[in-house]
Design a protein around this ligand. Structure first.
Ligand code: HEM
Length: 486
């Protein structure tokens, strides 16, 4: 049969050891680089690794990801079971659920709330929060990183829970950050996904060597509960007290079609999927601009020419600000927040390009490899917004943002994320100048020196002088205090 004929033909990869397979080969920080190295070594953009009980497939090419995860979405829309994630109480997370009824129901809620035509309703909140950040950047520029961090959480907390964050050190923002960071740093590595097949590990006693993750699990479980419950209680309290403030959680509870558990889980999912990611993109944008004053100038010329100096950019300007759009695309290309996106799982045996992909295989789209593919992007490690412009200065049709993933699991928050990031880019460039980045000792820094070693991208802290572009720009920022959320 077909299956027998293909059975043994798997994509290339390092030779597996008995029992543990390739687990040791995968234990590395920044695995996306390793998989690009293997692509050259094994001369294949599809790689496979043996882990006990299943196989992991790495897709380094955009075309293969489209072919499998989109054209064959009927086969590739499941998620792996990752014990660490379940043990930490992350079963609430819509994005990590198997392809089942609950996932489909909750995903529909996301799509309804955040589809392209729906996100306009959040514009007042977006203006409000982005302008608040501009004022913070003006008044307290040295702490710039704290301000866009606040923005990333403030937006989701407002939309989901009707909760107003403190400009700094907000309790809920800190809980969310720690819950997400603890989990991401420990739980999304492909090598941890491989633990799948040793679920018994969780029953090992705490003194057993190599079970240090119990501590991680306990900490993570506590943080997760707080992340789910604290903002949710806020909604219940507001409702009890007759506060009329709207929020998605409130409308889900009032409509009473999805149940309290799902409402809570959906909101927690938005927090965990939509805060850290947006933060990562904003970090990359600020850093890219600090590194490239000439790109700031170019965007500022465009903004001044098209909008003038007497108002801030609004969403209506998006289509006419071509270079700003190119900066948006380039930021998500240059440093995609989840370089390995989120794994999909094959729900049936499949064959592709002569390779066998058995049911249960875990598929990692290597978004980093796709956005740093030399055949697609010249000099991919450099930040060059111009690559998205045609010779006559128009945007090219390469608008697909690979960082949002693929197929039926494609990020449903992409329109909200896109408009928030865009408004930040446009208003920051319209009003502020970012100086060159320097480290905490005062020395200038370059790109290579700034990576942290978590799976979601974050940049090490650095310094940067942020100043208003002109007295008029300062006035524009200060004026937002009175036009909040127009
Ligand atoms: C720039 C910011 C963001 C990036 C780069 C991003 C990226 C991603 C990626 C790569 C996935 C997995 C896609 C796949 O499996 O192929 C995903 C899933 C998801 N994202 Fe986002 N995301 C962002 C912002 C947001 C926001 C703001 C929200 C919510 C309001 C959100 C909600 C979700 C949800 C619910 C899923 C799970 C989808 C599912 O499994 O059905 N994301 N995102």
């Amino acid at each position: 049969t077909l299956r027998n004929r293909y059975r043994a033909v798997y994509p290339p990869g390092p030779k597996p050891y008995p029992v543990i397979g390739n687990i040791l080969d995968m234990v590395t920080s920044e695995p996306w680089y390793l998989y690009m190295k293997w692509e050259r070594l094994y001369k294949s953009k599809i790689l496979s690794l043996k882990v006990p009980g299943t196989r992991i497939y790495i897709l380094n090419s955009f075309e293969d990801a489209i072919e499998l995860l989109e054209k064959r979405a009927g086969v590739y829309s499941d998620r792996p079971r990752i014990p660490l994630i379940e043990m930490c109480g992350w079963t609430f997370n819509t994005g990590l659920m198997s392809n089942n009824d609950r996932w489909r129901k909750e995903r529909r809620v996301f799509q309804q709330a955040f589809k392209r035509e729906s996100v306009d309703r959040y514009q007042p909140t977006q203006y409000d929060k982005v302008h608040e950040m501009l004022r913070q950047l003006l008044n307290d520029p040295a702490d710039f990183a704290a301000h866009y961090k606040t923005l990333s959480a403030a937006l989701v907390l407002d939309i989901m829970y009707g909760y107003d964050v403190q400009p700094k050190h907000d309790r809920i923002v800190q809980v969310v950050e720690r819950a997400v960071q603890t989990l991401i740093e420990n739980g999304t590595d492909p090598s941890v996904a491989a633990l799948n097949v040793f679920p018994a590990i969780r029953y090992l006693p705490r003194w057993f060597p190599g079970t240090g993750f119990h501590k991680v699990v306990d900490e993570c479980t506590e943080l997760t509960k707080d992340m789910l419950n604290i903002p949710f209680e806020h909604v219940l309290k507001c409702m009890r007290e007759g506060d009329t403030r709207e929020s998605l959680v409130r409308s889900l509870l009032e409509a009473n079609v999805i149940g309290e558990d799902s409402a809570k889980g959906i909101a927690g999912t938005a927090l965990s999927a939509g805060t850290d990611t947006v933060l990562s993109v904003l970090e990359c944008f600020f850093f890219a601009m600090a590194l490239h004053p000439e790109k700031q100038r170019k965007a500022q010329e465009e903004i001044d020419r098209i909008i003038g100096l007497d108002r801030l950019p609004t969403f209506q300007d998006r289509e006419s600000l071509v270079y700003v759009e190119a900066i948006y695309r380039e930021t998500l290309r240059w440093l995609p927040p989840f370089p390995m996106t989120v794994p999909h799982v094959a729900e049936a045996d499949d064959f592709y390009k002569g390779f066998f992909i058995p049911k249960g295989s875990i598929i990692y789209p290597n978004a980093w490899a796709m956005t740093h593919d030399k055949e697609r992007y010249e000099d991919p490690d450099s930040f060059v917004p111009e690559r998205f412009l045609t010779a006559d200065g128009k945007l090219d049709d390469n608008s697909r943002i690979m960082a949002f993933g693929f197929g039926r699991r494609l990020c449903p928050g992409q329109h909200l994320a896109s408009s928030t990031v865009w408004l930040t880019i446009a208003t920051v460039l319209a009003t502020l100048d970012l100086g060159l980045p320097y480290n905490l000792d005062g020395d200038p820094i370059k790109f290579q020196q700034i990576y942290t070693k978590a799976d979601s991208l974050h940049l090490r802290p650095y310094n940067c002088c942020i100043t208003p572009r002109s007295p008029a720009a300062r006035k524009l920022i200060e004026g937002t205090e009175y036009t909040a959320g127009y």
